[in-house]
Design a protein around this ligand. Structure first.
Ligand SMILES: [Ca+2]
Ligand SMILES: [Ca+2]
Length: 437
């Protein structure tokens, strides 16, 4: 009888609250009034607090950020505990809780962040809450967290699980492997822990252990970003330049570029070699010539601006010519274009290849772009670049041919039919039948 009476009172109370709410507020407001979170079960079962570190990250200005949390519904009453931070296994700093301005981590399910000094390198960071074991917790085994984190040359370095970012191509390989009945797990295992090297403009994803290579790569992309879009009078098409270097089992290094993104895969020994080149500043290394006036990723970077031209000649021609202009010491930079052929880095003469749609000759295509620049001027080259950009943006409306055609829709409107015939004769193409591109 007593229990029933209680239930009866409770029911009346609930009804009165509902009526009061309905009278006091409009229908629109009511909806939110009954969505109160109810945590009674949790409160009843948690008999002890549980402290843990939930995140180790790096701020944009290079401070280490340690997030600590009370993952329970019991308040931590002790105020004199400590949180310890180790760099590469050595104690770096102990924070006494009483000195921390934000005490939220002691409240029920509360959390707060400790900001350390600015990092001065890359470290294996371990953070442990309740390091002196002052608090009796429901779980004493989850108090520490380890992560690789750093700040160097203006780049923040951190582990990332956001490996899906820009991994479409990688996923295609995985998909292909699955279709062929292969085990796809190797693609993920080869990748291992992914590190992000990030600044305001650039992000490089790279396997753990190759951070120094990632920093050199990121720096180089910063130089590319300052040099190349300006040359072609373009705005970079993405908020950041994204480059992803990952380990694959393919025998041949693979590069792929698209809208604001560069991917490259190497077998492990290649990546090891690239890292060694950076660490020893090897003059033969791919990033040796990297400086504010010379961008070593010039070719692939340029593809991120012109990634969808109507012909591979235009795509590769612009990338190679950009390399000649921006990458000192590269083969392209040492190549001299003339009216009927070119000399290579050894001074050897080669006649131009015939520019056919399916058979790309990088050096000849570069000279096509360079001749446009030299004979018809930079403004003609920029006008062509604009039309390529409009093509990939889908905003080119004044096309002559029914489908987008490099000769009719790009060259003709800029330099005229007579001049384009002159150029095409140089590259062995005469008459309409040769215009497959
Ligand atoms: Ca704990
Ligand atoms: Ca404890």
């Amino acid at each position: 009888m007593k229990i029933k009476y209680k239930n009866y009172l409770l029911a009346i109370t609930v009804i009165l609250i509902v009526i009061f709410g309905a009278v006091a507020h409009s229908g629109n407001v009511l909806q939110g009034r009954f969505s109160m979170p109810i945590n009674f079960t949790t409160i009843d079962t948690d008999t002890k607090p549980n402290l843990k570190i939930t995140d180790i990250s790096v701020s944009g200005t290079g401070q280490l950020q340690i997030t600590q949390k009370n993952a329970s519904a019991k308040i931590v009453t002790e105020k004199g505990g400590t949180t310890a931070i180790y760099f590469d296994g050595t104690l770096r700093k102990t924070y006494n809780w009483s000195t921390l301005a934000d005490q939220s981590f002691r409240s029920i399910t509360g959390q707060s962040t400790i900001y350390t000094d600015v990092l001065d390198g890359i470290y294996t960071v371990e953070a442990c809450i309740d390091a002196s074991n002052l608090v009796e917790e429901s779980n004493e085994t989850d108090n520490c967290m380890t992560a690789t984190a750093g700040f160097k040359d203006g780049f923040i370095i951190y582990e990332t699980t956001n490996v899906e970012q820009g991994l479409e191509w990688f996923d295609e390989n995985r998909e292909e492997a699955l279709l062929e009945g292969e085990d796809d797990s190797k693609y993920l295992e080869l990748q291992g822990t992914v590190m992000a090297i990030e600044s305001d403009d650039v992000i490089v994803l790279i396997p753990e252990g190759y951070e120094e290579l990632g920093i050199a790569h990121a720096k180089d992309l910063t130089y590319c970003l300052a040099l190349i879009p300006t040359t072609f009078d373009h705005t970079y098409p993405s908020e950041k330049v994204l480059a992803k270097r990952y380990i694959n089992e393919a025998d041949v290094p693979q590069n792929f570029s698209s809208h604001g993104q560069i991917f490259s895969s190497r077998i492990k020994s290649n990546l090891d070699g690239d890292l060694e080149d950076v660490l020893t500043n090897d003059p033969e290394g791919s990033l040796y010539a990297s400086s504010p006036s010379s961008c070593s990723n010039s070719h692939e970077f340029t593809h991120t601006l012109f990634y969808e031209a109507p012909t591979a000649w235009a795509t590769e021609g612009f990338a190679q010519y950009s390399q000649k202009l921006h990458q000192s010491g590269s083969n392209s930079a040492l190549l001299e274009c003339y009216e009927d052929g070119y000399t290579d880095e050894n001074g050897e003469w080669t006649e131009y290849a015939t520019l056919l749609a399916d058979d790309i000759d990088y050096d000849s295509s570069m000279c096509l772009v360079e001749l446009i620049d030299e004979i018809y001027g930079r403004s003609a080259l920029l006008a062509i670049a604009d039309r390529l950009e409009m093509f990939q943006n889908g905003t080119l409306t004044d096309t002559i041919s029914p489908y987008y055609h490099f000769v009719y829709d790009v060259l003709d409107p800029v330099i005229g039919e007579e001049n384009r015939n002159y150029l095409l004769e140089i590259f062995g193409i005469c008459g309409e039948e040769g215009f497959s591109w």
